[in-house]
Design a protein around this ligand. Structure first.
Ligand SMILES: Cc1cc2nc3c(=O)[nH]c(=O)nc-3n(C[C@H](O)[C@H](O)[C@H](O)COP(=O)(O)OP(=O)(O)OC[C@H]3O[C@@H](n4cnc5c(N)ncnc54)[C@H](O)[C@@H]3O)c2cc1C
Length: 445
């Protein structure tokens, strides 16, 4: 299209999936307009200075970026201008914090059998369940099953059941009854997900004994903003973007779409929508069955508390992150995920972020519980705090549950959806990357 206000494609939303869609389609020579309703680009992939905490910088949630060696970001790297792809430091290990110190969180089956946190009998039963699950996925393919349905629930102690439930919440934001087993198996690095032939699926079982996926995780130096900045600064001239412009309506016109915001009407052959898929039927008329299905997508809410420390603490002197359990609630264990991010702290100070899944109606209680738990696990923290900043966000637009999951192509020709509610593989930004690769396959053929 060559008319004024007309583009080859319009991208709705400027989070990391919308930005990477605009970059890749733009580098393929398409004229692109990206419309973002917020006053800043980046969505959930930003680093900022909280207004009430001058001098401190925090990310939007704590982040370990997965599959850096061979995953989607690596495959999208050549779209970035030279020198603009962020540098990552390796995220070495996950640890389990116990009252007497840290224990490495297992990343292989033998490592799991050595873990001291669970009773020996339960470890053997769970290891058998894991082996069965991985073998059956390798032989029969990825059947959608709940974690609860693949564990020997009647033979495991209550403590171990709570552990598995807490791990499910940590990885998907949902209970073990609702968490898909693929999220657990992929989240623990025993499979990299996606459609594969039987030979590759069987070969992947070696990951049970040698798990290189942990080694492919990293944290971008300069904060997660450096991923967003790398994309924006690589935009070619044919990619335009407007902030503070919300897309309110998308209409189908001859050979394309009319995309309306309070400021103007724009026209395009294709639309790439990167907002929440379940909100799309409110913007464009979609088939009733599809609209009903996407409404079912489940979303978790996470609370992250950033603790600015007066000085770095030896308790957090490791490269990786840790999990620990809620000690204030005996009925239900919940994992907290803590990551030291020293590179964002002012000189000679420390910074850690702690995240957990919460009930959004109980934010105040969750904040108090989270702080009390960390004070109880690492007592020296309390006296060393200089800054507290709390965030409540949806980590991903849809949790990997057993429900229907939309694909990149919608029932409307020329309308595509990207983001963390359109691809189930891996985590957040990597999931967004996978969705952009799938969109490129469909939208540029
Ligand atoms: C606590 C926490 C921990 C996390 N941990 C990790 C991690 O360890 N590893 C990892 O990879 N990821 C992690 N993530 C997730 C990751 O940050 C997000 O999944 C990712 O940034 C989502 O990108 P997105 O573009 O799909 O969605 P979003 O960032 O939500 O972007 C969507 C954008 O679309 C805009 N928009 C929506 N509707 C419209 C409209 N109608 N018109 C115009 N604009 C619109 C929105 O304003 C927004 O900017 C974490 C997130 C949190 C909160």
């Amino acid at each position: 299209m060559s008319d004024y206000n007309a583009y080859d494609a319009i991208v709705v939303g400027g989070g990391i999936s919308g930005l990477m869609s605009a970059l890749t389609l733009g580098k393929k020579g398409n004229s692109i307009l990206l419309l973002e309703k917020a006053d800043i680009l980046g969505g959930n992939c930003r680093t900022y200075e909280p207004v009430d905490c001058p001098g401190w910088r925090v990310d939007t949630g704590i982040h370990a970026i997965t599959e850096l060696i061979y995953g989607p970001l690596k495959q999208l790297k050549h779209y970035f201008d030279p020198g603009k792809f962020p540098a990552f430091r390796q995220h070495n290990d996950y640890y389990l914090r116990k009252k007497d110190g840290l224990e490495r969180f297992p990343s292989t089956l033998p490592g799991f059998l050595n873990m001291s946190a669970l009773p020996a009998k339960d470890k053997v039963i769970l290891a058998g369940d894991l082996l069965n699950t991985v073998i059956s996925r390798a032989v029969f393919g990825d059947k959608q099953k709940a974690v609860y349905d693949v564990i020997s629930k009647h033979r495991l102690s209550r403590k171990t059941m709570q552990f598995v439930d807490a791990l499910s919440y940590l990885l998907s934001g949902l209970s073990m009854e609702k968490t898909s087993v693929s999220r657990l198996v992929e989240g623990c690095g025993f499979s990299s997900g996606g459609k594969k032939g039987i030979i590759r699926r069987i070969a992947e079982m070696a990951k049970l004994f040698y798990n290189s996926d942990y080694r492919s995780q990293g944290y971008p130096l300069g904060g997660i903003q450096s991923i967003t900045d790398g994309v924006i600064s690589s935009f070619p001239k044919n990619v335009k973007h407007h902030t503070r412009e919300e897309v309110r309506q998308i209409g189908q016109v001859e050979n394309g779409f009319c995309v309306s915001t309070p400021e103007a009407d724009y026209f395009a052959d294709k639309v790439i929508y990167s907002g929440e898929v379940k909100k799309l039927p409110g913007i464009i008329e979609m088939p009733v069955k599809w609209s009903r299905q996407v409404k079912e997508l489940e979303q978790a809410t996470a609370m992250t508390i950033w603790l600015g420390l007066k000085k770095p603490m030896r308790e957090f002197n490791y490269n990786g992150s840790e999990v620990f359990c809620d000690v204030c609630d005996t009925d239900k264990e919940l994992f907290y995920w803590l990551m030291p991010v020293p590179e964002l702290a002012p000189r000679n100070k420390g910074l850690v972020g702690v995240s957990t899944i919460i009930d959004p109606k109980k934010c105040h209680d969750s904040e108090e519980k989270l702080l009390n738990t960390i004070y109880s696990m690492v007592p020296a923290v309390e006296k060393n705090i200089e800054m507290i900043h709390t965030q409540v966000m949806a980590p991903e637009k849809a949790s990997v549950s057993l429900n229907y999951f939309p694909s990149i192509k919608t029932p409307v020709k020329g309308l595509y959806v990207v983001g963390t509610d359109t691809d189930m593989r891996s985590m957040g930004i990597t999931r967004a990357g996978y969705s952009v690769l799938e969109m490129l396959k469909s939208a540029t053929n």
